[in-house]
Design a protein around this ligand. Structure first.
Ligand SMILES: Nc1ncnc2c1ncn2[C@@H]1O[C@H](COP(=O)(O)OP(=O)(O)OP(=O)(O)O)[C@@H](O)[C@H]1O
Length: 309
């Protein structure tokens, strides 16, 4: 039988009187990136802290690679790497010193430490900064060091709690690229409260709200389920409503003015590209195309409405 990399069974936790998370279950049995999405206070950090053995759950079980985390924490933790929301960095150490220290507490054999540090610095793009104090690294590079400590022992499961928080747009793109690369070799759980983050890098998504799982499926199913995409187009010579409705993939046309139209499309992500080509071929004089984004609050409202129906 195939072993799950991680299995969470009916996990519940309360810090005080109210449940912070309630009856969360899921499993992962292959490499790739799973997005854990939820607004602030939804219960993501609680779930991740329990999953990584930092917090003891009130109820339920966590198995890492088949090992019960509560019963054999040391064995289970060897198989996972964790980057918490506040990266556990020692700012007074250089990158190399810090990762050497992490390797030693991760039970890497002394003869292997040098190699492991070298390899992880290469993987995370840190080699150039090996002698720099962590204190003097930019936010993006500090986060790379945080990710490096989470993967130095080559765990099967890597848990990253809001790893792109507080980074500037360029740093976000670079850290995302690194996470994608890690996801090719390991199971990665990535938490965020930003919808576009999961859409950009995750194949699967679990959405938590008010401590409960409200959605669990592939990213594609999520996109199709929660929101037909909309785009706003400006055309100096737009076709009529009928011609737009006949365009493959478009299922709603709303003229906001003579030249400004909101188009809704369901599943096909190529619609905007095909529309641009058609606009050129058919002389619609397209001057602007803006894809409209749905906020997490709206997604949650849509999910709640659909589940009530
Ligand atoms: N140490 C604590 N003591 C009491 N309540 C807590 C504690 N930590 C979290 N909570 C509460 O548990 C709930 C879930 O919080 P959690 O931090 O897991 O959410 P989150 O989705 O990670 O949010 P954020 O993105 O803001 O970190 C919230 O209502 C929060 O106020």
């Amino acid at each position: 039988m195939k072993q799950n990399i991680v299995k969470i069974e009916n996990l519940s936790h309360r810090y005080t009187r109210d449940w912070a998370i309630r009856d969360i279950s899921f499993e992962i049995d292959k490499v790739g990136i799973l997005g854990l999405l939820g607004s602030n206070g939804a219960g993501k950090s609680t779930t991740m802290n329990i999953l990584c053995g930092v917090l003891n759950q009130t109820e339920g079980n966590v198995y890492i690679d088949g090992i019960n985390l509560r019963e054999k924490p040391e064995e289970a933790k060897k198989r996972l790497g964790f980057l918490p929301q506040n990266a556990p960095l020692h700012l007074e150490l250089t990158v190399e010193e810090y990762l050497t220290y992490c390797a030693s507490i991760r039970d890497i054999a002394p003869s292997q430490v040098k190699n492991a540090v070298k390899e992880v610095m290469e993987k995370c793009g840190l080699t150039h900064f090996s002698n720099r104090l962590l204190r003097n690294l930019s936010g993006g590079y500090r986060q790379r060091a945080g990710i490096a400590q989470a993967i130095i022992h080559k765990p099967k499961l890597v848990v990253l709690d809001e790893p792109t928080n507080g980074l500037d747009p360029n740093q976000i793109l670079e850290v995302r690229k690194l996470i994608r690369e890690i996801g090719e070799e390991r199971a990665v759980i990535f938490s965020t409260h930003i919808l576009s983050e999961v859409q950009a890098i995750c194949k699967d998504i679990k959405m938590i709200e008010s401590g409960q799982m409200v959605f669990a499926d592939t990213m594609e199913a999520f996109n199709n389920y929660v929101m037909p995409d909309t785009m706003l187009v400006m055309m100096d010579n737009p076709p009529g409503e009928e011609e737009l409705m006949a365009f493959p993939g478009i299922n709603r046309v709303e003229f906001l003015s003579d030249r400004s139209i909101r188009l809704q499309f369901a599943t096909d992500k190529d619609v905007p590209k095909r529309l641009i080509t058609a606009a050129v071929q058919r002389g619609w004089e397209l001057t602007e195309l803006i894809q409209e984004r749905t906020s997490l609050d709206e997604v949650f409202a849509q999910l709640s409405n659909k589940s009530k129906r």
